[in-house]
Design a protein. Sequence first.
Lengths: 128, 458
Amino acid sequence: MSHKKGSQLIAQGSKLKKGMPINYYIFLSLALFAIGIVGVLTRRNAIIIFMCIELMLNAVNLLLVAFSKMHHAANVAVNATAGTDGQLFVFFIMVVAAAEVSVGLAIIVMMYRNIHSVDVNFLNRLKH
Amino acid sequence: MNALILSAVFGVVMMFSGILLKQKSAVRNLAIAGILLLLVSNVLETYGTAFFKVNVNGMMYFDRLALFFNTIVFVSALLYFLLTAKDMEKVGVNYAEYFALIFFILCGITLTSSFKSLLILFLGIEIISIPLYILTGTDKRNLKSNEASLKYLLLGAFSTGLMLMGIALIYGAKGTFSTEGANLVTDKPSVLLVAGMILLLFSMSFKASAAPFHFWTPDVYDGAPTVFTSFMATIVKAAVFIAFIRLFDEAFGTLRAQWQLWIAVITAATLFIGNITAVFQQSVKRMLAYSSIAQAGFMLLSLYAMNTDAKEGILLYVTAYSFATIGIFAVLARMNDYTFDGFNGLAQKDPLVAGSLTVFLLSLAGIPLTAGFLAKFYMLKATIATPQGLWLAIFAILMAAVSVYYYFRVIQAMYFKEGDDAKAPETTPVFRGTLVILAALVILLGIFPDLLLHWFYF
């Protein structure tokens, strides 16, 4: 009886460990990424464009973590640290994104001081 | 490794020099000393003297190509500092910080020339890009500079997003960021890998301003202060190309069937758009921006061919192109009028500057006895050696013929048109001396390219 219950628990555990198939993660992050791209291409407010770029980067972060988990589960028997580099990459993306935002917001503020607007339709002075 | 660590350290040193040193000439001399130190330490490392032993876990590899390319970059940066460092004073008050940012960019360049992991590639490209966004916008009161900076930032960050998605997809397919790991394609490559590669191709073409992704280049190059446009269009562009070539050679070499046609189309489009649009420009600065797109088209030929000639040729090409363009921009930064008419009669006012400028323009146009001719020759030779490369080479030659028109317009203005009584650009003895040395180097490399390539193998 107890043996049977134990094997049930193990079966439940392995089902939990397996989790969602990787495809769902790929579709979710591609969808987020596409929303980001569409936002960058259609919105006219510099700050919203910037938010959309952040959304693209975060979609990539999500995908990297999912892939990292997947490679870890597949190779953990061979290499205990398999797949950790994907999660490390996420930290680097966060650092770089923070640097980019600090520079980007400074540039937007600089522009706002001169023209009192953050509308990118204004960016046409150089077109001639 | 020497240059990587020293350039980062020197970036910090330059930031503090702004507080500690009161005189601008002292800051400038410190920066020139710094670049000399980088150059010497890099050459020493080429001959086996490494100051720093750091375990990089196989993420970087300082091979002959990387070290040699770094040497080219540092020599170009030294000449750039000697020629234009004084003109940076006119841009704004934060003189020392401009040098600090340039040293950080040089640090990024050593990363992009030596990466073995996509992580290092990403970091290198970003360490180059973020200081460049700032440098583009340094002319804070100028709306054109603001606009260029914001445009560059938004589009640059967007292309970084594409690059990261590409890297993530490749990681999903291969389970590693190592460029050698990505190369192990046994049979049919997976959809994830090919999609990731195409995204990387697009984002790298964006950074290298290749044709469908070139639209930011003229605006940004035109809007940025001329002294920084010079740096952006030469040294940074060369670094992006070396990264591009290393990536597609080492990581995607076996996937060539998948990307070669894409590259061929991008190359042809870049050559066409760059050269044809440059013909219609009225401002020399904007013409040089389009000319840099056109020259990028020629450099892309090496990516298409990807054989020994191509790899030697790209080193010669970036050297010839950087030297000539740095020289032209250095003179342009001292002109009052950026239109073609601004150059009228320069030959009478200042024959030495006009003569050097002629050498640089001839080199960019690819006239024999200049470095630009042999660089183009190497590219075409490498392209013809590939099975279907002949038509691309013929197209490139036609476009090079078009390019002669807009380069010679400047020469014509200098020698055959009467200038008004506007005075010639002010020059210092150092400026004139460096300009003549640069012109002599361009001719020397055009007669004896072995002097450069011999170093690559020695």
